[in-house]
Write a protein that binds this ligand. Sequence first.
Ligand code: NAP
Ligand code: ZN
Length: 347
Amino acid sequence: MTTVAAYAAPAPKAPLERTTIERRAVGEFDVLIDIKYAGICHSDIHQAQEGWGEAIFPMVPGHEIAGVVAEVGPGVTKYRVGDRVGVGCMVDSCRECDNCEAGLEQYCTGGGMIGTYNAVGKDGEPTYGGYSQKIVVDENYVVRIPDGLSLDVAAPLLCAGITLYSPLKHWGAGPGKKVAILGMGGLGHMGVKIAHALGAEVTVLSQSLRKKDDGLKLGADHYYATSDPKTFEELAGTFDLIVSTVSAPLDFNAYLGLLKTRGALVNVGAPEEPIALNLFSVIGGGKTLAGSMIGGIAETQEMLDFCAEHGFGAEIELIRADQINEAYERVVNSDVRYRFVIDTSTI
Ligand code: NAP
Ligand code: ZN
């Protein structure tokens, strides 16, 4: 066991504070990672506030982890000391069900994926996430960060990047497709970059035009404010695909009206309250309303390689650990450009 400095929420809705946690001894197939950077995802806030239901405390959030391998177990074959690696939202799964075998570990049906934090590991101990200086993870749930990507801008790819890459690929974003990204936050700005790199015509649908210049710079072709009712008239029937990254409940009926016939609205946002859906919004026009959750391990590696090939990571605001609570407030107020990343040497 190793004692490691971390930032934790001691109880639901309590501010995060410095503490120490124990990491398990490096097992046969484990990798010990010196964490260098950890992104702040809105999911960290939902969970630290118990917005999705009962959670495990103390909670060390963080599932956008970038670091360097410091030690490997005797059975490890994929990584060596010194390798640049990442860990995303899961640290294990059953490895035997059809989904695990198909590389869809995030949808493991053999007990479910084991979250990087706010979960119980196979050893029966709570898992603790990336707001800490070291983590021990089985090599099969670790990915390689390509040389072309700096670790700080790579960290948010481990959740925000893969959460957009997976549905954009699955739903065919590419040349000739009109794709809208709803919400220009941590996930949304990665959606803009990835959809643009895939060759789609990209529109941002944001509450206001405050971030328009950034959106266009990151690769959007068009940018509209959803606070303006004219947006919904002008864009009616426009999109092949809309990906919603919004963290609060929305009127999806209105957004389904922006799809072409047989278009799809894929939701990745995880608001704390349910939404009201009028099913006529999907019947008329034969539309699809779907969901998507992160991506599998192989697809996460593919996404990192794709981002490196196209020369981009996330747009980040690098912070010290003692700024985490302030950062949480700014994320809740849609005031982040576009991902807070903690320099874990400041913990
Ligand atoms: P974020 O940085 O806070 O971005 C969310 C964006 O949603 C905001 O920037 C804002 O965009 C928009 N928004 C927020 N409140 C709104 C409201 N009341 N009405 C309309 N738009 C609103 O959060 P994030 O880290 O990208 O995460 C977004 C959501 O995805 C969270 O619920 C998170 O838990 C979830 N998530 C899901 C997965 C998955 O696997 N499915 C993975 C990671 C995160 P504008 O300022 O442009 O309007
Ligand atoms: Zn996340």
